[in-house]
Design a protein around this ligand. Structure first.
Ligand code: FES
Length: 261
């Protein structure tokens, strides 16, 4: 059931200068939050629906919901001023999240940048179900969630484009290597569009089907602004436009049509 109302912030953590976590009390009205679901967080005191920000869930417990937020503009800057004990207006859970099958034995998780946040939630969900996870996470600079991914993955690579404490490179390079020597029941990815595009390109050649969480273009999160539309295949020769926030944000790699560079 969807919830729309105020919840108390019970924890706040600064992960990096521009990345922070807010943990809120989970309202009893919400029965299920699945990995890949997001909430709309009110990011103003004016009440304008367009000043809500769609933020994916990076973890849940019986009593709490955790959001990991990168400051990207006025709305997220406003959210970064919130403190423990403050109340936050949230609406959700929203969207269609990842498909998870309890019969899966081993899966691969791929995350890039702030896109590792919902992948961390998925990792927790899958390991709770005793599904083995390999993971590759990549960052432009310093990584986040290193301990979580190292602890709960069977095999893990942390990659950075700049931080020489980690392997340098891109998620796609390591993805290509690992899928050649493994047979995964599912492959999940969330990250910048460039990363998803190159993952899809590589996976197409290998006959692999990925679940992509396409949240990078979302703005209002409620189907109103249309900035999140993308093309998906319809039959063999046609396509249609869909809203990532309403019909997604999870799409299979063989249904999405990315814009040309
Ligand atoms: Fe506004 Fe999807 S984010 S319509």
């Amino acid at each position: 059931m969807k919830f729309n109302g105020k919840v108390k912030i019970v924890n706040k953590q600064q992960l990096q200068e521009d990345i922070f976590q807010l943990t809120v009390e989970k309202p009893s009205e919400i029965d299920v939050i699945s990995p890949g679901h997001f909430f709309n967080l009110m990011a103003t005191t004016s009440g304008s629906p367009l000043l809500r920000r769609p933020i994916s869930v990076s973890n849940t417990t019986e009593n709490s919901i955790e959001f990991t937020i990168k400051v990207l503009g006025k709305g997220t800057e406003w959210l970064s001023q919130k403190r423990i004990g403050d109340y936050l207006e949230i609406m959700g859970p929203l969207g269609n999240g990842f498909d998870v099958n309890d019969k899966m034995e081993k899966v691969l998780l791929l995350g890039g940048g702030i896109g590792v946040a919902p992948i961390k939630g998925l990792l927790a969900h899958l390991t709770n179900k005793n599904i083995k996870c390999d993971s590759i996470i990549g960052f432009r600079d310093q990584p986040i969630f290193v301990e979580e991914f190292k602890t709960f993955s069977e095999y893990n690579e942390i990659i950075s484009e700049k931080d020489t404490n980690y392997k340098l490179g891109y998620v796609t390079e390591y993805f290509e290597k690992i899928v050649k020597s493994n047979n995964y029941d599912a492959i999940y990815a969330c990250g910048p569009e460039a990363m998803l595009k190159s993952l899809v390109k590589v996976s197409e050649g290998m006959g692999l089907r990925l679940q992509l969480l396409m949240e990078n273009k979302m703005a209002c999160g409620i189907g109103a602004c249309l900035v999140c539309t993308c093309k998906v295949k319809q039959g063999d020769f046609d396509y249609k436009h869909v809203r990532m926030c309403k019909e997604g944000p999870m799409f299979y790699s063989d249904e999405v049509i990315f814009d040309e560079d």
